[in-house]
Design a protein around this ligand. Structure first.
Ligand code: FE2
Length: 419
């Protein structure tokens, strides 16, 4: 497991270097791009230069252990993520392993571990969750050294317990320790300690010995960030929650220069932990002329919830080309977006023709640039989707694309009759 999921073993260098304060790096203008361009791209984004230093990583959180989705049909979800997204099934639990109320499939790609769980009966919390929300994120689980300590410290700071510290053992692979707290909506954060556990995922799961072949040619490396959508007025409350309960600090705040458009508006704060591995933007709807995309999510998820997960790649062109060939649907950007792009971002290492062909967006700030693309919702309800992101110095979230992105989302909302 530690070979495949490197971030859960000994701590390697974090993606974002904590010692290098955000926003304080020397401005190195890209070829053909005036420094003011990079700044103009980021209008309305307020970066906290001391975010990593300010984070009180008292637990500490080592990284994301796994993300569990509760879905209507886990077997088919697992097949979708295997055959379209290139995830390999590594573990299974269900009737054959003595579990009577649910079946779960653990899917892995590099440092990303997803679990898809479906109810086997009409009763219980999973069936109720799926009935109310459709498919969605249930648990963004953290890897920790001490699940009891993490639970005690966070509940002492005001978190509501979802699972008291628990030891699970099967007498074969050792003991897995876990606990959990609630966050926005019905989402929980588990704390998982694998220090004394050597099994494939957790007791009750069996290893998938001969997994069917996963889609090839994809290079999804790790979870870059997880975005929560919360109700009007709740962004600050949950920003405070991550600061006070988990010791995060605020990395970026997007003000009304970003939100005050004619389009589906939002407000957003990005919270980060101390090693920069865990980044949680929190969105709330803002009033615009049209219905906020955040409000559309809330209307269809019927609660606050996880809006999207960004997966980091170092080869977005090959990965997106393969995902498209496999049938994954992405948001489209109009020709006008690409006509304006060279002046806005300069050289981003990929030709504008290729970016336009694949629908990939680019943004530049004072630290560098990023390439990103967003899928359409991956279930029938217009709720959860994925982002694919390739970073070259930039630790931003593509604020320069927000307006064009909102317009693209708005066109989709209009098609759904939700604008
Ligand atoms: Fe994102």
């Amino acid at each position: 497991m530690t070979e495949t999921l490197r971030s859960h073993g000994p701590v390697a260098a974090p993606t974002a270097t904590p010692t290098s304060a955000v926003g304080s790096m020397p401005v190195a203008p890209a070829a053909g791009i005036a420094p003011s361009r990079a700044a103009a791209n980021q209008a309305g984004a307020h970066v906290n230069a001391n975010a990593y230093a300010e984070a009180q990583d008292f637990l500490p959180l080592k990284g994301i252990d796994h993300i569990e989705f509760w879905v209507g049909n886990a077997r088919q979800a697992a097949a979708y993520y295997r055959s379209l997204w290139g995830f390999t099934p590594v573990a299974y639990s269900g009737l054959e392993t003595g579990v009577r109320d649910r079946s779960s499939y653990v899917m892995v790609q590099n440092d990303i571990r997803f679990v898809f769980t479906a109810p086997l009966t009409p009763e219980g919390e999973i069936a109720e969750h799926v009935r109310r929300h459709g498919d969605g994120v249930h648990d963004i689980a953290f890897a920790v050294d001490d699940a009891s300590f993490a639970w005690a410290e966070t509940t002492k700071r005001g978190a509501r317990s979802a699972l008291e510290p628990t030891e699970i053992g099967d007498g074969v692979d050792g003991v897995l320790r876990r606990s959990a707290i609630h966050t926005y909506g019905e989402v929980i954060h588990s704390f998982v300690d694998r220090g004394d556990y050597v099994g494939v995922f957790a007791p009750g799961f069996r290893r998938v010995k001969k997994p069917a072949a996963a889609a090839q040619g994809l290079s999804l490396l790790e979870v870059d960030h997880c975005v929560g959508n919360v109700g009007l007025g709740d962004m600050n409350r949950f920003g405070d929650f991550y600061r006070d309960v988990l010791g995060f600090s605020q990395l970026i705040h997007y003000d009304d220069k970003v939100i005050h458009t004619d389009y589906s508006a939002l407000m957003s704060k990005v919270m980060t932990n101390g090693n920069g591995r865990i980044k949680f933007p929190i969105n709330e709807p803002a009033t615009g002329k049209k219905k906020s995309q955040i409000q559309e999510f809330l209307d269809w998820y019927l609660d606050a919830g996880t809006q999207h997960i960004a997966l980091r790649t170092e080869d977005i062109v090959t990965t997106v080309r393969q995902l498209r060939a496999n049938g994954v649907d992405f948001l489209g950007m109009p020709p006008a977006y690409y006509a304006a792009l060279p002046e806005r971002v300069g050289d981003v290492g990929v030709s504008m023709e290729t970016l336009e062909e694949l629908g990939i967006e680019a943004d530049r700030d004072e630290e560098g640039y990023l390439l990103q693309i967003f899928t359409r919702p991956v279930q029938d309800r217009p709720t959860f989707f994925f982002e694919i992101i390739e970073r070259h110095g930039s630790r931003g979230f593509g604020v320069g694309n927000f307006r064009a992105l909102f317009e693209a989302i708005e066109r989709e909302q209009a098609k759904r009759g939700n604008l």
